[in-house]
Design a protein around this ligand. Structure first.
Ligand code: GLN
Length: 447
């Protein structure tokens, strides 16, 4: 906690630290050690873990980095958080993010941005920027983030970390403030594939409180040491030749492909013909689901209440105007428009059809390969304020979004520093639904 206090003066990854909860948990581990019961305390016994601030933990603030929830205190604990605590984790605190997870740089946080520990003039990525920066700064070995379009993988790449978005349904979403309920998935940040796999072991599984969660019998650490010999790795030419992909990132992905081939994997070209429409589909489906989910912050049930209004309508309007930042308002207005009569048929419905096409593309590709290798983000970490145009910011996720649309798993693996910027580069491994262990295995080979 002293290290966090000192380093976070600069990095600003934590919004709140939870000393008391951590010390209580640590005392329970100490007692177990004294009584020779450490093995009973779970696979994360004594491991400090931090949580993105859209995850509820009883008695702590859950702000989603928004003025709307500035004073909101969780009355319950999210299942993903609970699962780490049950595995023996020490809860260290809540981490900064883009407001309601809208963004790719953590610049939209109402409490100020997080800095990238590799270069404090640069963003850590987003929306789970605090979760990434805290691990990169060595403040905590494991954190949890959430990923709706790239928010675990892109900050993972920008901060040089292993960062996993599991298949939709592997981790319960109960108690995680919803952005796009059909896209959101929780996953770990860590410094090694093994640490991420151990965290995933604790996180995964069926939860009665989230009907989309699935039972999990997988030990994600089981085949990390198997290597990639005989594995078929897909390369998507359209991704490698994408406009906007910098040459240093492309070079790193090519190096990773060559390394996997040298270790006995077979490289196979696969096409995802509809993936180019993923961005368009996401910026219809995402805002529609966000609009619907954020309707609950109405100043009555939840959130900031602007005082002194005589009628409910003007209280709603003023509270939502004051409580939400610019990007959140943009998404809400977009979603509200896209779901209105006459417009819905033109955008929402076709976006759902595109979703089916992309899902089928991935299914066809997985008939030929075990995992797909691609860039995570088109470039390395950018400077604060460097990307001012929202649509340009949206392009940060050009390689990650189609995976949330199809629902399969994807992860970022650090592969060293870019030749031009000298900043961390990540490559993405993408696996078929519920074959997340395969991508972890390939990732371990690249470490
Ligand atoms: N950057 C994307 C967005 O702003 C993805 C965010 C996320 O995955 N939460 O929608």
């Amino acid at each position: 906690f002293e290290r966090i206090a000192a380093a976070d003066e600069v990095v600003h990854s934590f919004l709140e630290t939870t000393e008391e909860l951590a010390l209580d948990a640590a005392a329970r581990i100490d007692a177990a050690i004294a009584e020779g019961r450490l093995a009973e305390m779970g696979p994360l016994a004594g491991v400090p873990v931090g949580y993105k601030d859209n995850m509820n933990l009883t008695g702590t603030h859950t702000t989603c980095s928004s003025n709307m929830l500035r004073n909101y205190v969780s009355p319950y604990t999210a299942t993903c958080v609970e699962n780490t605590l049950r595995a023996g984790a020490l809860p260290i605190g809540k981490l900064n993010m883009d407001e309601f997870a809208f963004g790719s740089s953590t610049e939209t946080s109402a409490f100020g941005p997080t800095r990238n520990p590799w270069d404090i003039e640069r963003v850590p990525g987003g929306s789970s920027g605090g979760s990434a920066a805290a691990v990169a700064a060595g403040l905590v070995p494991v954190t949890l983030g959430s990923d709706t379009g790239g928010s675990i993988r892109q900050p993972g790449a920008f901060c040089g970390l292993v960062a996993v978005k599991p298949t939709y349904g592997v981790v319960s979403r109960y108690g995680v403030v919803a952005f796009g309920s059909s896209l959101d998935q929780v996953g770990p940040f860590a410094r090694s594939v093994e640490d991420a796999a151990l965290a995933l072991n604790a996180l995964a599984g069926r939860d009665e409180l989230d009907c989309t969660s699935q039972p999990s019998e997988v030990d994600f650490t089981a085949n990390l040491a198997e290597g990639v010999s005989g594995m078929k790795i897909g390369i998507v030419p359209a991704f490698m030749n994408a406009q906007g992909l910098t040459s240093e990132v492309r070079a790193k992905v090519e190096e990773a492909a060559a390394a996997l081939e040298k270790m006995g994997a077979k490289l196979v070209e696969v096409e995802l013909p509809h993936a180019r429409a993923a961005m368009s589909a996401y910026y219809v489906l995402g805002p529609c689901e966000a609009f619907s989910n954020l309707a609950r912050f109405d100043s009555v049930r939840y959130g900031y209440c602007d005082p002194g209004h005589k009628d409910l309508g003007s209280q709603y309007e003023a509270s939502r105007h004051e409580g939400f930042g610019a990007e959140a308002r943009r998404r809400i207005m977009l979603g509200s428009y896209l779901l209105s009569a006459g417009v819905y048929e033109k955008y929402y419905y076709p976006a759902q059809q595109v979703r089916t096409l992309i899902t089928r593309d991935y299914a066809a590709a997985y008939e030929k390969v075990d995992v797909i290798l691609s860039p995570v983000a088109p470039r390395t970490a950018f400077k604060f304020g460097e990307i001012g145009d929202p649509t340009e910011m949206y392009l940060s996720d050009m390689f990650t979004i189609s995976i949330n649309i199809a629902g399969n798993g994807g992860m970022s693996v650090p592969v060293g520093l870019g030749a031009d910027t000298n900043l961390p580069v990540g490559v993405q491994l993408i696996a078929p639904p519920f074959k997340d262990a395969n991508m972890l295995r390939a990732a371990a080979a690249l470490e």
